[in-house]
Design a protein around this ligand. Structure first.
Ligand SMILES: *Cc1c(COP(=O)(O)O)cnc(C)c1O
Length: 475
């Protein structure tokens, strides 16, 4: 199997090389780079050989706008098979009433979710009130009124600087241009979500939609409580589990921490902790299913059939018992990583983690997040800088570094390796100082202690060599 995989990719790269050698070379180099670094980016992972192979086929050549069994193009029977398989696996895996496998990315899945809610809660009641069947039956005036009504709707999501996502109603994203937005933060002392404050805010703001979910919050959310609050104010609960879907799929988040039984709509990416192809997915209650189904062509172009096929493969993998082991390891390893950092004196936002994310506050080392990110990268450790609550350095330089365990857990790292990773990270942070600039210490330039980057790289290489990425793949 591994030999076959090597042969397939060697031949594919030879083929590519004949047409555009730079792409073939970059593809080889990307594998070498991913093999040679400690990938701690919390949103990244390594998809399986089967998932990767499924993406590289002629399904990419097919147009299939519409839904399973109801397409606007002829000859979609094979696309129907793979899309239905992806949706079936998603429903079974997550215990969802309905699943839509077409979104091309997490942002697109969120757009489908938002417009399904608007269609269900704003458009449909308006059509009914005016006795119209579709929007095409509305007069110019009624249509203008409806368009204005869309723009008046309110959404409430987690603040960006405590770990929320741009797509949760913030101005640079279309969601912020579509909706009036108010955000909820975290408690200034505990740095945790305070559900009573959230409830009070919701009662005052009366949002149509409450968004729960994050990309840089290192804690679990109580979705039962979120639903209670949404019900109290008549809001639709939309959960964006893009980051932690793998922990839901792997049954680490259960009961109140599992969003699926509590939310009206759940959107996710498929490539982060879920470990599938780059793409999106929407889960919904029966109530919202018909609206979600109109995602294409409402906000999506023709489905990426090759990626839907790969979603089916990845979701089939996630239904196997080994995926639950992986997911539990992701959470256990994050705890070890957090404890390893904390015991060496690194300050952590919320003091620790109970998901896959650890958020470091590097200000105690006298450096910015940007300096920490670059110094770690020089040392073979790939992370990303991130704001921390009330960040004095703003969103560009930041004071935080976000790390996560999914990728290295997939690679086979366990507690011993993650404690070593914590030691290496601490070593780099402690050995980095800001360069001096005319007006005091620089926020961007930095100096690493002599030989530190090389020593750290060598130590990282030892860990990586013991857990090779795609071991059978020789190019
Ligand atoms: C990553 C992420 C997204 C966006 O996913 P893309 O596939 O990059 O479009 C949306 N929401 C949250 C919470 C995320 O973490």
């Amino acid at each position: 199997m591994n030999d076959a995989w090597s042969a397939i990719y060697s031949q594919a790269l030879a083929l590519i090389e004949q047409v555009e050698p730079r792409v073939a070379a970059a593809t080889r180099q990307e594998l070498a780079d991913q093999r040679a670094s400690l990938k701690l980016i919390a949103s990244e992972n390594y998809a399986s050989p089967a998932v990767l192979a499924t993406m590289g086929t002629w399904f990419s050549d097919k147009y299939a706008e519409g839904t399973v069994g109801h397409r606007f193009y002829a000859g979609c029977q094979n696309v129907d098979t793979v899309e239905a398989a992806a949706a079936e696996h998603a429903r079974e895996l997550f215990g969802a009433e309905y699943a839509y496998a077409q979104p091309h990315s997490g942002i697109d899945a969120n757009l489908v979710a938002y417009w399904s809610i608007l269609a269900h809660r704003v458009e449909s009641p308006t059509l009914e009130r005016l006795g119209a069947k579709t929007v095409n039956d509305l007069s110019e005036g009624d249509w203008e009124d409806l368009r204005h009504t869309f723009a008046e709707q309110r959404v409430m999501g987690m603040s960006l600087d405590v770990g929320g996502h741009l797509t949760h109603g913030f101005r640079p994203n279309i969601s912020g241009k579509m909706f009036r937005q108010r955000s909820y933060g975290t408690d200034p002392i505990t740095q945790l979500i305070d559900y009573d404050t959230l409830r009070a805010q919701a009662k005052e703001f009366k949002p149509l939609i409450i968004v729960a979910g994050y990309s840089a919050y290192p804690r679990r959310i109580n979705f039962a409580k979120m639903r209670e609050i949404a019900d109290e104010v008549g809001a639709t609960l939309f959960v964006d589990m893009a980051h932690f879907a793998g922990l839901v799929a792997g049954k680490v988040f259960t009961g109140d921490e599992n969003p699926v039984p509590h939310a009206h709509i759940v959107a996710t990416t498929t490539h982060k902790s879920l470990r599938g192809p780059r793409g999106g997915l929407v889960l919904a209650t029966k109530e919202y299913a018909a609206d979600v189904d109109r995602g294409c062509p409402m906000v999506l172009g023709g489905p990426l059939s090759h990626v839907m096929a790969a979603k089916a493969v990845a979701l089939a993998e996630a239904r196997q018992p080994s995926f639950q082991t992986y997911a539990q390891n992701v959470a256990d390893n994050a705890k070890v990583l957090a404890e390893g950092l904390a015991k060496r004196g690194v300050k952590l936002v919320t003091g620790g983690t109970d998901n896959h994310i650890v958020l470091l506050d590097v200000s105690t080392f006298g450096i910015t997040g940007r300096q920490a990110e670059f110094a770690l990268l020089d040392s073979g450790i790939v992370t990303n800088r991130n704001s921390i609550p009330n960040d004095p350095n703003g969103a560009w330089y930041t004071s935080g570094v976000r790390i996560g365990t999914p990728a290295l857990t997939t690679r086979g790292f366990g507690p011993a390796e993650f404690d070593k990773v914590a030691e290496l990270i601490h070593g780099v942070l402690a050995g980095t100082v800001p360069a001096s600039a005319p007006n005091g210490p620089s926020k961007a330039k930095y100096v690493l202690a002599d030989g530190l980057a090389a020593r750290t790289k060598a130590a990282a290489a030892e860990l990586l060599d013991a857990h090779p990425l795609y071991p059978g793949l020789q190019l």
